[in-house]
Every structure is written in C-alpha cells, then in structure tokens.
Design a protein around this ligand. Sequence first.
Ligand code: CMP
Length: 226
Amino acid sequence: MTDAKLLSTVPIFSELTSLELEELLQRTSKRSYHKHNMIFMEDEFGDTFFIISRGGVKITRVSEDGREVILAMLGEGEFFGEMSLLDGDTRSANVIALEDSEVLILKRRDFIALLEKYPKIAISLLSEMAQRLRKSDQQIESLSLSDAEHRIGITLLRLAEELGTIRRGVVEIESLPYQQDIANMAGTSRETVSRMLKVLEDKNFISRRGRSLSIHDYTQFKRAFS
Ligand code: CMP
C-alpha cells in the first residue's frame, strides 16, 4: 500500500480530501525499525507524532520489579505519541517494534496545526483516546481479578476486538501474539497463559492451529468473560 493510500485509511484522517492527505504526507518523514527495536522510552522528551505504515508496536511500562506490562498493541494505520504532544509532559510509556516496522512521523508544530485547522480530526482523536481509555479501564479491572482463567479470557476478548475477524459468530485471530506478550497484557506468567489456553480448549471455547486461534462462539465467550 502506498503511504498516501495508508493515510486515507487512518480513521482520524477520514475527513481529509486526497489533496489534503497529499499535503499532510509532504509534512511527514519515514523511519524504519527492526523487530524488538525500541522506538522511544518512557520519560523521554517527545516532539513527534507517529503513524504506523507497516508492522506493529507494543506500548509498555515496566513495573518496579522489572516486569513488562503491555498497555496496548497497535498495528498498521494506528497512531501513537500524541499524549506528550498534547500535555507537554514526557513520554508516558515505552514503544517497541513487535516486527520489522515503518512509521510516518509528524513534528509537533505540524500536528498541532493540523488539529487547529481541522476540528473534526481533533474530535476523532478524542474519540480514539476515549476508546483506549475504556480498554485501559477494562485491563485495570481484569488485573484485579485473582482468577487466571478470567484474566486470560478478558485478554483474548481484547485481542479478538483488535485483531480478530468475525464470521457467523466465530472469531478468528490469525496471528496471535506470543504467549509471553499475552502474559504481559494479562499480568500473569507465560506458563499460566499456556495452561489457561489449554483449559479454554478443553472446555471447547477455543481452538488453535499454529499461531492462529479461533473463538467458537463469540457471544457465549463474551457472556462468560466480560
Ligand atoms: P506519548 O505519551 O507521547 O508516548 C507513549 C504513547 O503510548 C502515548 O503517547 C500514546 O500514544 C501511547 N499510549 C500510552 N498509553 C496507552 C494506552 N493505555 N493505550 C494505548 N496507547 C497508549
């Protein structure tokens, strides 16, 4: 996909005409990162907004005892880096490439000018930030649960929403994150993830083939875990 085409698929830019998208593209620069590269670190000063044009990233914080906590995983067409541009504070989290990735970068000056010129972009941005806050609220709730099966169930629901495709009530997640990453989203260990996936399989909630996972009856799964 060309970068212009990619920008046209980014929901917050959906109101822009192709000419306006072209102008926006002129203001961006491109950067590539290898899998596992750190794009930036929490507490750094930040002056740029990022749009993922290829690949994916994870947004993380590190707990006092050195454990990685994954706040979100973002893929092609999604953005990050807006928070420190909006509140003037340092970066709120680490961002790490999950695979070989490319990003389009916009400087703070151009990002703010864009929001001022197109209030609809600012409203879409608020809407996306509200959705992210809802997901974080769910994650906080799930982390407070002691029952590992529920924590993994809630994490799978989130992955289904973000990565899955639904057909006749069955959700397919083509490329499930690594078990260690699922563990870091759910606040548990890799071994527990492995055990709980097996439990969910035995209960016929899910099945797995290689890195893909299907949830057999999404409505029933949501009823059981949300
Ligand atoms: P910023 O604080 O500039 O740098 C880290 C970025 O991670 C932040 O902007 C957001 O884009 C993103 N981010 C932080 N917390 C979350 C979250 N809970 N969900 C999704 N993205 C987040």
